[in-house]
Design a protein around this ligand. Structure first.
Ligand SMILES: NC(=O)c1ccc[n+]([C@@H]2O[C@H](COP(=O)([O-])OP(=O)(O)OC[C@H]3O[C@@H](n4cnc5c(N)ncnc54)[C@H](OP(=O)(O)O)[C@@H]3O)[C@@H](O)[C@H]2O)c1
Length: 332
């Protein structure tokens, strides 16, 4: 048993019968484990993913474990703004009444062939990496989820006693961010992002800033929409394909060696996906969650960043930029 895990309600007494839980990136890792736990608690699931085959596989796996589970699949590729708009449209048109939305999908790597299964030659890789890199953190880890939530906001279903909920997967990696806004501004412009970040430098910094963005996103939404509950989560260090994808994207050998040593020293604390979904499940089920809070190990956790930036200020700046991004997507 992992000594770093705080389990939540292992007997599954907190039920989700009659509730609909929609989860992005539910085909793998923490998202899949979260979906399975929600199904065990009686929730109707909507799996949102870009890969139809993996979605079907995830659905089958959950159905095999949980009799009578009710699962719908909706295509969503967070690296494609049109796909995000279509997914929201399909959810609204399909009459899905979402009570809980889990913004789980995320990446910390940028190799194009890993992203899309493209077995490309090196020239193609370079072209793709500048294009895709501009999309990864900008779109997948923050801006795309911001757009999806924006489009679904008026369609989330809750009541005064049981408000709708939104749970965003962040990370303690946010503590490596400095919130200078440099990253967000770069990514808010496709042109600059492609030009300046096409080399893949400062990839870890970009990941950290994107995970800070997830926390600040939930905080802003909590202020603007107090009738819905918004929280963010650090799942722990979890043994999913996430880390392998990340490591395979590191080209600097010294840095890779450092990361491998670090991973080894973390080993006793590395969680299984089931253990890694505990705080998400806590935030989905618990009646005690605090509006806008960031959670780790089923408890509120302090947000810390590098430097002395005012978190409130950068939260508001990020919100403005994200709303501009939404506007530009809607005008497309
Ligand atoms: N693992 C950790 O140690 C750790 C630590 C802290 C925070 N987190 C956070 O936890 C979340 C889940 O991570 P994980 O470890 O479960 O990762 P994972 O095993 O790599 O799963 C990521 C999920 O996101 C989906 N995804 C990736 N790109 C997408 C796109 N363009 N459109 C739609 N879905 C996409 C993947 O779908 P495909 O199957 O199609 O690729 C997959 O289902 C992430 O937000 C991550 O930042 C993880």
């Amino acid at each position: 048993m992992n000594c770093c895990t705080s389990y939540y309600d292992r007997k599954r007494k907190n039920r989700l019968d009659g509730k609909t839980v929609a989860i992005t990136g539910a085909t793998d890792g923490i998202g899949l484990a979260t979906a399975l736990e929600c199904a065990h608690r009686g929730a109707h699931l909507i799996l949102l993913s870009r890969n139809q085959e993996k979605m079907e596989r995830a659905k089958k796996m959950i159905e095999q474990e949980v009799n009578d589970s009710e699962i719908d699949l909706v295509k969503l590729d967070l690296s494609d703004v049109d796909s995000v708009k279509n997914a929201a449209k399909n959810l609204i048109k399909g009459g899905f009444r979402i009570n809980i939305l889990v913004l789980n999908a995320g990446l910390a790597h940028y190799k194009p062939e890993l992203l899309y299964g493209i077995n490309s030659g090196s020239d193609l890789k370079i072209q793709f990496s500048s294009l895709i890199l501009s999309k990864i953190f900008k779109v997948i880890n923050h801006f795309s989820h911001f757009l999806l939530l924006h489009l679904l906001l008026d369609h989330l279903v809750g009541s005064e006693s049981e408000p709708a909920r939104v749970v965003a997967l962040s990370s303690e990696a946010h503590t490596l961010a400095n919130g200078s806004g440099k990253f967000w501004q770069k990514y808010a412009s496709e042109e600059i992002a492609t030009k300046e970040l096409g080399t893949g430098s400062d990839i870890s910094g970009a990941y950290a800033e994107s995970k800070l963005a997830n926390i600040l996103h939930m905080k802003s939404m909590a202020e603007h929409h107090p009738h819905i509950n918004f929280v963010s989560v650090h799942p722990g260090v979890v043994n999913t394909s996430f880390a392998d994808k990340w490591k395979s994207g590191i080209e600097n050998k010294c840095y890779l060696c450092f990361v491998r040593t670090l991973s080894f020293s973390w080993k006793p604390c590395i969680k299984t996906p089931y253990q890694g979904c505990q705080t998400s499940i806590y935030c989905i089920c618990s009646k005690d969650i605090v509006q806008g809070q960031y959670y780790s190990d089923n408890k509120p956790k302090r947000i810390r960043i590098r430097g002395s930036k005012d978190l409130n200020l950068i939260k508001n700046q990020l919100y403005e930029l994200s709303m501009d991004f939404v506007q530009s997507c809607m005008n497309k």
